[in-house]
Design a protein around this ligand. Structure first.
Ligand SMILES: Nc1ncnc2c1ncn2[C@@H]1O[C@H](COP(=O)(O)OP(=O)(O)OP(=O)(O)O)[C@@H](O)[C@H]1O
Ligand SMILES: [Mg+2]
Length: 310
């Protein structure tokens, strides 16, 4: 286990920002914290980093209690904050070197680590430039270089792709995958469904400070127990085709609208062969076939009662 939160609560004055959150993040995974603005993502991250104290509950990082071992834990962690934190008056290289020196790197080791972090983030050729001239995406990449220079085992990124150009965005997503392949555990917060869907092994859905669901995408989708819809556009649909499909096992409803048969089922994969067999037997000419599966967007909608970008 990399990180364990147990019944964590955080209040800002009277505002309850994190409400009894318990979750485990496993070693070697990319874990997504998905939630809309104000959900509590940054507050959770700051508590894991030891930058904020929870009002209640326990946080452990690799078996160490955050209250007792905050210095050791800081060495294990690297954080890319939501608001970029770099020094505009230092060059790119000096920025990364500064963060490396905070972790005790010196001399040749420091130089090598800095170069490696700059190569990693695609900034080596910019190392002598000051970030004043950088685009938002380049600044973000520099911030990532600062966070990984001491080779942390756990890297936490708080919405690192907000407001940056697509090229930097892809670069960041690819470098996260590569860091993970090399063994780092990643926590990635975002309100972009598609990013979390392609990047993360497991996802925690946060809304109003509460953990509404957790699991792999497949687990979350199957927990939904949602109906799936099969749409088949065809010509020469005889009425007994509809009747025969209705009789198949696993079918909830079948209807015909113009040339399209709409089949509602809990498990499309299970019924589809039987449906096609019936249609084949009746010589129905199939023109178009589609399956509407639930995605994380519909999971979120079901769990929270609202759309992610309301
Ligand atoms: N320093 C603070 N003082 C008072 N309230 C705060 C403070 N920081 C955050 N909050 C409130 O706590 C709640 C959770 O905020 P948090 O920043 O953790 O959300 P978030 O999920 O990171 O949102 P975003 O996607 O906008 O970054 C919000 O209602 C926010 O207004
Ligand atoms: Mg935030």
């Amino acid at each position: 286990m990399s990180i364990k939160l147990t019944n964590v609560v955080k209040r800002y004055d009277s505002k309850l920002a994190v409400d009894q959150v318990s979750l485990n993040i496993q070693k070697g995974e990319i874990f997504g914290l998905l939630g809309p603005n104000g959900a509590g993502k940054s507050t959770i991250i700051k508590m894991i980093m030891g930058l904020l104290k929870p009002n209640n509950g326990e946080i452990e990082v690799q078996g160490l209690d955050i209250k007792k071992n905050s210095i050791e834990i800081k060495r294990l962690l690297g954080m890319v904050p939501q608001d970029i934190a770099i020094y505009e008056s230092l060059t790119a290289r000096e920025n990364v070197a500064y963060f490396g020196s905070l972790y005790g790197l010196r001399g040749k080791k420091l130089k090598e680590a800095v170069d490696e972090a700059l190569v990693y983030t695609g900034l080596l050729d910019k190392k002598k430039e000051k970030p004043k001239k950088f685009s938002g995406g380049m600044k973000r990449r520099l911030n990532i270089a600062c966070a990984i220079v001491h080779k942390p085992e756990i890297i936490i990124m708080d919405e690192p792709t907000v407001g940056i150009d697509p090229q930097s965005r892809n670069h960041i997503l690819e470098s996260i995958k590569e860091l993970n392949r090399r063994g780092a555990t990643i926590i990635y917060s975002s309100h972009y469904m598609e990013e979390v869907e392609v990047l993360c092994h497991r996802v925690g859905i946060i809304d109003h400070g509460r953990l509404m669901g957790i699991g792999t995408k497949e687990e979350l989708k199957s927990q939904m127990n949602q109906d799936q819809i099969i749409l088949i556009e065809a010509s020469d649909i005889r009425f007994n085709v509809i009747d025969e499909i209705k009789k198949l096992q696993g079918i909830i409803n079948v209807s015909l609208k113009e040339n399209t048969i709409e089949i509602i089922t809990k498990n499309a994969q299970q019924v589809i062969h039987d449906v096609l067999f019936v249609m084949g037997k009746e010589n129905t000419l199939i023109r178009k076939f589609s399956l509407q599966e639930p995605n994380l967007e519909s999971v979120f909608l079901t769990l929270t009662g609202r759309k992610l970008r309301d």
